[in-house]
Design a protein. Structure first.
Lengths: 342, 329
């Protein structure tokens, strides 16, 4: 990376990765602000009985967005295979607050599944994101298949596959990692490890310290980084993406993150999590961390920050109003899309 | 007309697809130099190379899921699941994903993976290698289930499978790979959802699919010797399902039995029988008979195994017992 040194900039005493600009950081920060605003709103709607089930991305945002920016900078083409906690990833790729709210309220015009699937489940081919199913870890095989197709076509289309520590116990993940490594496929496995599989703590999920330790056994590099530090995320993701692009095969990148909220809105985590632990986790807020650093570095002014937050709130308010007023899908279309036209 | 085996028919359809469509590739256990456990892909690795004939680890979930993923990316994968018994290891991918991708994406995505697999018992392979699980998959909206009984249909239906945008479970019966039959030299396909009348008759209708078509034809011969003319209908595909051909036959014969190798309880014959009574109640001179596999894990001992699978004698005996036909096996 020596050739890129001239482009590197220092912010608040921290060296920016090559190619990453102030505009990138502000863009990423604005996305995180919007994602958090949407996240808090849908949780509220759930408590009002207007959204059936919510799984929050709060605490995971830097892992998702740092990875996304690394993909944009380093992959000629990519596709994201998301899981249910990846709201920030979707928002980063352009899913609007209105689209998300239409999903949570299951209204006509919801663009990723036509209100057929859980909120935040479906596909947006235009945005290069899919999260079809909520069978934990099943999508990891699809990412591998996507990477295989890319290889067969002699294209460089990196499959970015996101899943949690809970999914890492599934057979499909083990099969997929082995398969991808044997065939040197351009896929990166991003593990958002918040140390809980619903209620099961990490020490009961695995007998090792880190999911990334498994990488070596499959024959691929594995690394664990602080998933609340967007630059650490970006750096680790960029390296793995570059490896996939160069034909070096898959990598495993594990992000150490916090789950602020219960597993979903249907869960009560006070039954299995100590409050002190949850509160301590909230001190590792990726949004606050980025905001403080950007302010300290002079990249983000208080006025700019306030404007971003106002803008996010306005978008979310409008989206909520629109979604609440929208009709449910036409029941006459119930059977559409079960089978292809041919 | 050329005469080829059922195995050669499958191989021919695959070869044609590999030759004509660069999106097609084959993936599965031992499909390479080994030539496939049932020798369907023999010689293909040498001809098409390792890029298109892909040998996988023993990992059904990932190679079926990756097939679905590659199909979503626009390729046309053919995955070989060594036997339908092992499809259970990939059932999440088949039932929860391949079949539902289109619906769950609001019509944005297709997962047109072709899943070839081998079904049926009778080879002394016991409980976990001898099942007929097609009815499970035919239960699921979003997937086509194809069950050819002849070389003609194996070739025509597999050609048709390559034209479909939805996933296809293509179920080949283990005991009929050496069955020979005529196929026209000119190109043809067999549309999905169109049953075949394998034998004409006016006294009783026998509905079957896969190898049980041949059992039904043997039974029809035994019946003919006793002056009873059976009409044999080969469903060819379980989903889509052509019931109209069945109804027309039943309205003519007024008696019907459904023959299948799958377990009788909750089997596909129950679905057929149910639809017949709904549509043809006034035409029936007796109950709709269901003749299926015994409700038992397939045993290894050959005499025991034979007792679990319907044969022509059992078909004739059941016709006498359930419908009251005056025939003996």
């Amino acid at each position: 990376m020596a050739q890129a040194n001239s482009k590197q900039q220092s912010r608040g005493g921290i060296q920016l990765p090559p190619g990453l600009t102030d505009e990138d950081l502000l863009d990423l920060y604005g996305t995180m602000v919007l994602s958090r605003a949407i996240d808090e709103r849908v949780w509220m709607l759930n408590r009002q009985g207007k959204a059936a089930l919510v799984a929050s991305a709060q605490g995971h945002e830097a892992a998702q967005l740092g990875t996304l920016w690394a993909l944009r900078k380093h992959a000629p083409e990519f596709f994201c295979f998301a899981y249910y906690r990846d709201l920030a990833l979707w928002v980063g790729q352009g899913l609007s607050a209105r689209d998300v709210l239409l999903g949570y309220t299951a209204k006509e015009g919801e663009p990723i599944s036509g209100a057929r699937q859980f909120p935040m489940h479906g596909a947006a081919m235009r945005l290069k994101v899919m999260n079809l199913s909520n069978v934990v870890a099943a999508h990891v095989t699809h990412a591998v298949g996507w990477a295989l197709a890319s290889k067969l076509r002699n294209q460089v289309n990196v499959a970015a596959c996101f899943f949690g520590d809970g999914a890492a116990s599934q057979g499909e993940v083990h099969e997929s990692m082995n398969f991808a490594a044997v065939q040197r496929l351009p896929v990166v496995f991003f593990v958002e490890n918040n140390r809980y599989a619903i209620s099961l703590p990490i020490r009961k999920q695995m007998a090792i310290e880190r999911v990334a330790q498994r990488a070596q056994a499959y024959g691929m590099p594995g690394v664990t980084v602080d998933g609340t530090d967007v630059l650490a995320v970006y750096g680790a993701a960029a390296e793995a993406v570059q490896r996939a692009v160069k034909g070096g095969g898959p990598s495993l990148v594990e992000f150490d993150v916090e789950r602020y909220l219960p597993h979903t809105s249907d869960d009560d985590d006070s039954r299995y999590r100590d409050r002190a632990e949850v509160e301590a986790g909230r001190l590792r807020d990726p949004l606050k961390r980025l905001q403080e650093w950007l302010s300290r570095s002079g990249v983000l002014t208080d006025e700019h920050d306030a404007a971003l937050r106002r803008q996010a709130k306005r978008e979310v308010d409008e989206a909520t109003e629109y979604a609440e007023a929208a009709p449910y899908p036409d029941a006459g279309d119930l059977l559409e899309h079960v089978h292809a036209p041919r | 007309m050329p005469v080829i085996t059922y195995r050669e028919a499958v191989t021919q359809a695959l070869t044609e697809a590999l030759d004509s469509d660069e999106r097609v590739f084959i993936m599965g256990e031992d499909v390479g130099g080994y030539g496939g456990s049932y020798a369907v892909t023999k010689g293909m690795l040498a001809k098409y190379g390792p890029k298109r004939i892909r040998e996988t680890p023993i990992a059904e979930s990932v190679f079926v899921g990756a097939g679905a993923g590659a199909a979503m990316a626009g390729l046309k994968p053919v995955v070989e699941i060594m036997t339908i018994n092992f499809s259970i290891l990939a059932m999440d991918q088949i039932v929860n994903h391949a079949a539902k991708v289109r619906y769950m994406s609001g019509g944005q995505l297709s997962s047109g993976v072709i899943m070839r697999t081998v079904t049926g018992g009778g080879a002394g392979l016991a409980a976990t290698h001898s099942q007929s699980l097609e009815p499970w998959y035919a239960h699921v909206p979003g997937i086509w289930v194809v069950t050819p009984a002849t070389p003609y249909d194996a070739l025509g239906l597999l050609r048709e499978a390559f034209t479909k945008d939805d996933p296809v479970l293509f179920s080949e019966h283990a005991l009929i790979y050496r069955l020979r039959g005529e196929v026209p030299e000119e190109h043809y396909t067999v549309p999905f959802g169109q049953a075949a009348i394998s034998r004409r008759g006016s006294d009783v209708t026998l509905v079957a699919y896969s190898r049980m078509v041949h059992v039904a034809l043997d039974a029809a011969q035994m019946l003919a010797n006793q002056g009873v003319e059976a009409e044999v209908i080969d469903l060819r595909t379980l989903r889509p399902l052509d019931m109209e051909t069945v109804f027309q036959s039943v309205r003519k014969t007024n008696r019907v039995a459904v023959v299948e190798e799958a377990w009788r309880t909750g089997g596909f014959a129950a679905e057929i029988a149910s639809q017949i009574q709904e549509a043809c109640f006034d035409y029936l001179d007796g109950p709709v008979a269901r003749i299926g596999g015994e409700d038992v894990p397939q045993p290894y001992a050959i005499n025991l195994e034979r007792a679990t699978i319907p044969d022509a004698k059992k078909v004739v005996n059941e016709l006498a017992k359930v419908i009251g036909l005056k025939v003996t096996a």
